[in-house]
Design a protein around this ligand. Structure first.
Ligand SMILES: C[S@@+](CC[C@H](N)C(=O)[O-])C[C@H]1O[C@@H](n2cnc3c(N)ncnc32)[C@H](O)[C@@H]1O
Length: 307
């Protein structure tokens, strides 16, 4: 399957395929306006029903070979994979809608995460992308940064790891793909952790979305604590965490919960709101009755450096 999926992605790359993934609400709205697929982007980005005859020669065989399509009752077909692009890099992830418990995420958060990684311009010996999903963070880091060993792509979701491995190969990025709950499955020295974890309270507890805790912050808190404990202090270690936090009465309970950990580990850190108001519709959920907004934030913590 992975070789066949790579063949499919290579075909799309040759055709200079590009697609930017939007929020589920926007995706649903765009779908409601279009009856069926007329372009590659309709098939692989919007996941619209299509007739095989609209695909360029070779692509239908590649898609079938990858087992990445399904027949619909009316005789048309639908891709069961979505392909998004960041610049010229292609990333395979789950088709819309991402309802399965093990769906592989990619979305506007991934783009914000990637922008932060590129701005970091990190150099590292061994970097880990915790909760890598499609691998977009770690692959971008390796592609644009200076890593002296393969990037570690870690996730609890085996389906995500399978796609991350293919996406890394396609980008010519050397990667170690590891099933791991935060850092527990990752051996050896780590001097950079990057992460865009799930940060919401999801009724279905889907792995890509559910962060646990009162407002979805529990996994982000764990990532901070476990990374600070694990990062190499001799050479200097860093954590770059992109996450979403519920703001309650003007206060940020996530920042309050990690402040002591940051102080105890004598970390130098910056913490900034990248977007004050994301996933506004979640505020109607019972878990968010005391929250006034959900903000996208970026934590950059450094330990053991010679400041
Ligand atoms: C919001 S998705 C982000 C994926 C990717 N980092 C990105 O930016 O597109 C969160 C990812 O974290 C993974 N995850 C959830 N709990 C985890 C845990 N305890 N340890 C490692 N990964 C986890 C999910 O399976 C999912 O792939």
């Amino acid at each position: 399957m992975s070789t066949e999926l790579k063949t499919l992605l290579l075909e799309l790359a040759k055709l200079e395929y590009r697609f930017t993934t939007v929020t589920p609400d926007t995706h649903a709205l765009v779908l409601s306006r279009r009856p069926g697929a007329r372009s590659l982007r309709d098939v692989f980005g919007w996941n619209l029903p299509f007739e095989p005859s609209i695909l360029p020669p070779g692509l239908w065989q590649a898609l079938q070979g990858a087992g990445a399509c399904e027949p619909l009752p009316n005789g048309s077909w639908r891709a069961t994979v979505r392909v998004s692009t960041v610049g010229h890099l292609l990333f395979a992830h789950s088709a819309f809608p991402t309802v399965e418990a093990d769906a592989v995420f990619f979305g506007p958060d991934s783009y914000r995460f990637v922008r932060a990684i590129r701005q970091l311009g990190a150099t590292a010996t061994r970097a880990v992308d915790v909760g890598c999903g499609s691998g977009v963070g770690g692959i971008t880091l390796a592609h644009f940064g200076a890593l002296s060993s393969p990037v570690v792509l870690a996730d609890i979701n085996a389906r995500a790891l399978a796609l991350a491995g293919v996406n890394a190969e396609l980008a010519h990025v050397p990667a170690e793909v590891i099933e791991s709950d935060v850092l527990t499955g990752v051996d050896g020295r780590v001097d950079l952790v990057i992460s865009n974890p799930p940060y919401l309270v999801d009724r279905g507890e889907r792995a890509y979305r559910h962060g646990g805790g009162a407002h979805g912050e529990a996994l982000s808190t764990r990532i901070v604590r476990e990374s600070l404990a694990r990062l190499d202090r001799d050479g200097g270690g860093s954590l770059l965490l992109y996450t979403g936090v519920a703001i309650v009465e003007g206060h940020d309970p996530f920042l309050a919960s990690i402040r002591e950990d940051l102080q105890q580990s004598r970390a130098k850190y910056s913490y900034e709101e990248l977007d004050p108001d994301i996933f506004g519709s979640e505020l109607a959920e019972p878990a968010y009755q005391d929250a006034e907004r959900i903000a996208a934030v970026l934590l950059h913590a450094r330990v053991g450096h010679d400041f």
